[in-house]
Design a protein around this ligand. Structure first.
Ligand code: ASP
Length: 303
């Protein structure tokens, strides 16, 4: 059994293994071939923070694999009565869940949940820390569209400091041999002390110039204790990824966004819905990658 808590601690062979498994699941589902079933294993989906794409794609992934799932959200649980995350996880373990998938607003909460649970556990996004399954799905999408990740230049633009997607992608892409450029207003950039791989850049034209992939990030208003320094309009004027910017500086680039999109802020409609957009592929691939991650965590258990 394994736990997937962060890309930072994953090695390249494991990343390649998960991407390969995801592509194999995609092929099986496309060809309507049988998917190996794990109906004897139950998976708890613990979402302590809002989610659309991640929650539904984990449900869909688990359904394809035949898992029984138990959905757990803060609303309607004993967390409202003051129960701690630790006690909640211990309860679910003692009730016999075989694996847990955890989303939480606090960075590091999944590590605690995984330690207490002791079995297969997947981080579905914890605070500003990591979102490993998002980065793995993005990697499959980039590989499909560009043939490889090695040697590519990827610009990650927006609210880098609060983004777990930026963190997981920066680690994954650099482990896979891509050059990462991180770009945003100085108030939304991580300090160099964080040692996040990638060069820092404060001019979006420079960041996307000649890039193969441009990844947009949402402004994480819910994680900005002091609000946004400057206005949303200033942000859009200076950092929006739009048709004009791409035509001039990165005409060959594919454009990605983890969603939810703030159209007209970090990305314009023409780009989000245009031919260079890989956003739909990111969503489709996220299901196959989450199947692969569940497989990878459970190991070679058979019914
Ligand atoms: N859906 C992604 C996440 O959960 C990105 C975002 O919310 O901006 O981190």
């Amino acid at each position: 059994m394994r736990q997937l808590l962060a890309i930072r601690y994953l090695n390249r062979p494991d990343i390649e293994d998960i991407i390969e498994r995801a592509a194999a699941h995609r092929e099986r589902i496309k060809e309507r071939k049988p998917v190996p079933q794990r109906s004897h294993l139950s998976v708890g989906l613990l979402f302590f923070e809002d989610s659309t794409r991640t929650r539904v794609s984990f449900e869909q992934a688990a359904a394809y694999l035949g898992h029984r799932t138990v959905s757990f959200t803060t609303v309607g649980s004993s967390l409202r009565k003051g129960e701690t995350l630790r006690d909640t996880v211990l309860t679910l373990r003692d009730e016999g869940l075989d694996a847990i998938v955890v989303r939480h607003p606090s960075s590091g909460a999944c590590n605690l949940a995984a330690r207490e649970f002791g079995g297969p556990c997947v981080n579905a996004g914890d605070g500003s820390h990591e979102h490993p399954t998002q980065a793995l799905g993005d990697a499959l999408t980039i590989q499909d569209r560009k043939g490889t990740i090695e040697g590519l230049t990827v610009a990650i633009v927006g609210d880098v400091v609060h983004s777990r997607v930026a963190r997981s992608n920066a680690w994954l892409l650099s482990k896979m041999g891509a050059a990462v450029r991180l770009c945003g207003p100085s108030s939304l950039m991580p300090s160099q002390m964080t040692k996040l791989p990638g060069t820092h850049c404060y001019d979006v034209r420079e960041a996307v110039h000649g890039a193969d992939v441009v990844m947009c990030l949402r402004l994480q208003k819910e994680r900005m204790a002091d609000g946004l320094a400057g206005s949303v309009r200033d942000y859009a004027n200076n950092f929006q990824v739009n048709r004009r910017l791409l035509a001039r500086h990165a005409p060959e680039a594919i454009v990605m966004h983890p969603g939810p999109l703030n159209r007209g802020v970090e990305i314009d409609d023409a780009t989000a819905d245009g031919p260079s957009s890989a956003i739909g592929d990111q969503v489709r691939n996220s299901v196959f990658v989450r199947m692969a991650v569940l497989d990878w965590c459970f190991g070679e258990v058979t019914a």
